[in-house]
Design a protein around this ligand. Structure first.
Ligand code: ADP
Length: 754
């Protein structure tokens, strides 16, 4: 310390900083410098630079006096009380570098140091009273034992809640616990292995426990016991694992090891035979001489003895198999061989033999036998399944409604089912063995000879490709053609080579007839439709003329005689005028309907927005009167006839406005979407809606769902709409429910982009 001044003069700060104990230096100018250790403590106390705050009041006073002594050149040591630990300390106060150096040595309780050390090493420690109650525990003990310090304190070693075991699993009674033993005997008990149950992890942990008694001076009587324990679970588990695998390894070696032995020329076994002893457990006294035969299974002894004797007599090598008893009493199948070792004169000096464990070979043999049995069983099962399959196929062939032929690669029929025979008028026997082409496929429907190379069946026989023919003929035994459709499927033998074909033939006479009828029906319908349209057109057109005449005369009549006849006549006149008006509107509608598509007009590109503007114009009156609204968002263009399309859209919009619900103003909204080749136009209203059962009917002519007094109309509007849509190649349908409004959908071909 005394030579510090020079050094401190050089670099006092650096030196002070390096010291582990708190140090403060009072410079000649009266300024304090503290090192890092002191600063840390002051920091903890939040005391700034005032180092005196570290000490109790009286200690600080003593230190101040010591500082004055040091300034006078005297070094003193002052015992002090440190505030933050309440531990006693020693401060050296010495003159240094023209100032005063104060150096604090903090005294610590050795037990505290020991406990800290043990915590650091993760060693548990308990101190127990003579009745083995735990008085104190260190920080690591609760962690190792899995119990809190509170749970541990006060417990004694006899407490039944301890669960402790020996390594072999036996319980570890409390009074045999090392601490109890140490208390009882006054002796140190070292390194006792103990398993304890660790509640938090619910596992068993392994401890190594040492108990050190503290004796009453001069006696053998313990007044306390300190028990130290370490958690050695990891090591212990590893050790056990190693022991186990070593044992396993050893028994493996024992089980598979070969035994090497030697014998006298007369066949007796001279000791020592370490391999034999280890395997059989026989002592030299037991196996000596011919005693070794006792280790051979009794049933195998005669055979073994015979082979061994023969080897002795013939002096040829010895080879036998027998079961040999292992030390644990089980018999192991062994192969034994021995050869004679001869001296230079050719006389036998000894036999050297070897026993080889045959279990593995035996197991393999057994496995082979099992495998064979399994294979045999599977072959049998397969055979049965195949027989079933054959039966099933035969059944299928017989029951099938289609004609089925089997052909060999030359086109000769190898089988035919009854349906095939029935279809073509031959017996099955007649067909089998005959060339199928020559028998039933020789000509085309039009009478031309069917060249074999053109024949799809023949082609399949050549190239192995499946073929389907929708229309052809086969020839009946009675000479007429049977219209047929057929499928030819190639067949293959078990090596995958083509082996012919199966032909499944269907008689399509009925189908053709039905198709023909359908064609005729459609033609008839088209014709009558045309006639009807023609009739409707002519009728409505020609009806107009007489109606006009009736109309004119009724009007004339009314003008001249209205109010001059009796009131009833006036009423009749009114009825007449009304009927004429309705008749006119009916005829006009009918004419309009009949006219749709009558004239071949060129279809043109029509932007939907144009249509909507025109339609809006047409319903302007209704909109103005009824306060309804019409909106549209129709950015697409369609291909069509503008006047028809305007009529179509106008009809739908005006229906939407007309069939409005009483409680709300009508609102009609028209939108369009692109759907592939078509534009879908949707006309949606918020009106009275249509019950689902009428959804199809409303598109028929003269179909109305309401009385004329309720809603005006002839029931022709939607019929015309459908005709216009269908004329354009589109579709019209609707979604609606009563009071829910109606949505009409229609599709029209999209106009090619310009
Ligand atoms: P009309 O010429 O009498 O309006 P339509 O062929 O246009 O005949 O319609 C047939 C029937 O379908 C109508 O009488 C009406 O009952 C029903 N209908 C058509 N459109 C709508 C709609 N938007 N809302 C409710 N019902 C409708």
């Amino acid at each position: 310390m005394n030579d510090l001044p020079a050094a401190a003069g050089a670099d006092a700060g650096a030196l002070l900083a390096a010291l582990p104990d708190p140090v403060a230096w009072l410079g000649p100018d009266g300024a304090w410098t503290v090192n890092a250790a002191a600063a840390a403590r002051l920091d903890r106390l939040d005391a700034g630079q005032d180092w005196q705050a570290l000490f109790s009041e009286d200690s600080a006073a003593r230190l101040r006096r010591a500082v004055q002594d040091a300034q006078a050149g005297q070094t003193t040591r002052v015992t002090v009380r440190v505030v933050d630990t309440a531990a006693p300390g020693l401060v050296t106060v010495a003159p240094s570098g023209g100032g005063v150096l104060l150096h604090l040595h903090v005294a610590r309780d050795p037990l505290e140091v020991a406990l800290e050390l043990m915590d650091g090493l993760h060693l548990g420690l308990t101190v127990q009273s003579p009745d083995s109650r735990i008085l104190m525990v260190n920080g690591a003990a609760p962690d190792i034992l899995g119990l809190s310090a509170e749970q541990l304190t006060g417990r004694d070693s006899l407490d039944p809640r301890w669960q402790a075991i020996h390594p072999d699993g036996r319980p570890f009674p409390g009074d045999t616990h090392p601490s109890r033993v140490a208390l009882r005997t006054g002796q140190v008990v070292r390194d006792v292995p103990m398993g304890i149950f660790h509640p938090p992890s619910e596992t068993w942990r392994w401890l190594q426990v040492t108990a050190i008694p503290r004796l009453v001076a001069g006696t053998n009587e313990a007044k306390q016991v300190t028990t130290v324990f370490a958690d050695v679970t990891d090591r212990y588990v590893l050790q056990r694992e190693m022991q186990r695998s070593e044992q396993r390894f050893r028994s493996l070696v024992e089980a598979t090891s070969q035994i090497v032995w030697d014998a006298h020329p007369d066949g007796h076994f001279p000791p020592p035979q370490p391999g034999w002893e280890a395997f059989t457990g026989q002592t030299p006294g037991e196996y000596g001489g011919a005693g070794w035969l006792d280790a051979v299974h009794p049933d195998d002894r005669p055979g073994t003895l015979r082979d061994w004797r023969r080897a002795m007599q013939t002096e040829q090598h010895y080879l036998t198999e027998h079961r040999l008893r292992r030390a644990d009493g089980t018999y192991v199948p062994m192969q034994a061989r021995a050869v004679a070792v001869r001296d230079e004169n050719g006389a036998i000096r000894e036999w050297v033999g070897i026993h080889t464990d045959m279990s593995a070979v035996r197991d393999a043999q057994q496995a082979l036998i099992d495998l064979n049995a399994d294979l045999e069983r599977r072959v049998q099962e397969r055979t049965l399944a195949l027989a079933d399959l054959t039966r099933f196929s035969t059944l299928l062939l017989t029951a099938a409604g289609e004609g089925i032929f089997g052909l060999n690669p030359d086109g000769v029929t190898t089988f035919a089912n009854p349906a095939a025979a029935r279809m073509l008028g031959y017996s099955v026997e007649r067909m089998i063995g005959a060339s199928q082409h020559d028998l039933v496929h020789h000509h085309h429907a039009d009478g031309r000879t069917y060249d074999l190379h053109e024949c799809p069946i023949h082609q399949t026989l050549q190239d192995g490709q499946t073929r389907r023919v929708e229309q052809d003929v086969m020839w009946h035994a009675q000479g007429h053609a049977v219209p047929v459709a057929y499928v030819v499927t190639p067949t293959h033998d078990e090596n995958g080579r083509p082996s012919g074909a199966v032909v499944m033939v269907q008689d399509i006479t009925e189908r053709e007839r039905a198709q023909e009828q359908l064609r005729e029906l459609i033609e008839d319908l088209e014709r009558s439709n045309q006639d009807l349209e023609q009739f409707a057109y002519v009728a409505s057109h020609d009806l107009q003329e007489p109606l006009r005449t009736i109309g004119s005369y009724t009007e004339l009549f009314a003008r001249r005689y209205q109010g001059q006849l009796d009131p009833r006549a006036d009423q009749y006149l009114h009825y007449m005028q009304d009927a004429v008006m309705r008749m006119r509107s009916l005829i006009q509608d009918l004419l309009g309907f009949a006219r749709v598509g009558r004239h071949d007009t060129l279809l043109e590109r029509v932007p939907l927005d144009d249509l909507l503007r025109a339609a809006a114009q047409n319903v302007r009156g209704t909109l103005d009167d009824g306060g309804g609204t019409l909106v549209w968002r129709t950015p697409h263009a369609v291909l069509g006839q503008p006047s028809l399309l305007i009529q179509l859209i106008t009809n739908l919009i005006s229906n939407g406005l007309k069939f409005r619900a009483e409680d709300r103003p009508a609102h009609v909204q028209v939108t369009s979407h692109l759907e592939g080749e078509f534009v879908r136009v949707t006309v949606q209203d918020n009106g009275i809606g249509i019950a689902p059962e009428y959804h199809a009917r409303v598109f028929d002519i003269f179909q109305r769902l309401h009385r004329r007094e309720q809603y005006a109309g002839n029931g022709m509007g939607l019929a015309i709409c459908r005709k216009i849509v269908e004329f354009h190649g589109g579709r019209i349908w609707l979604e609606s429910a009563p009071a829910q409004g109606s949505t009409f959908h229609l599709t029209l071909p999209v106009a090619p982009s310009q």
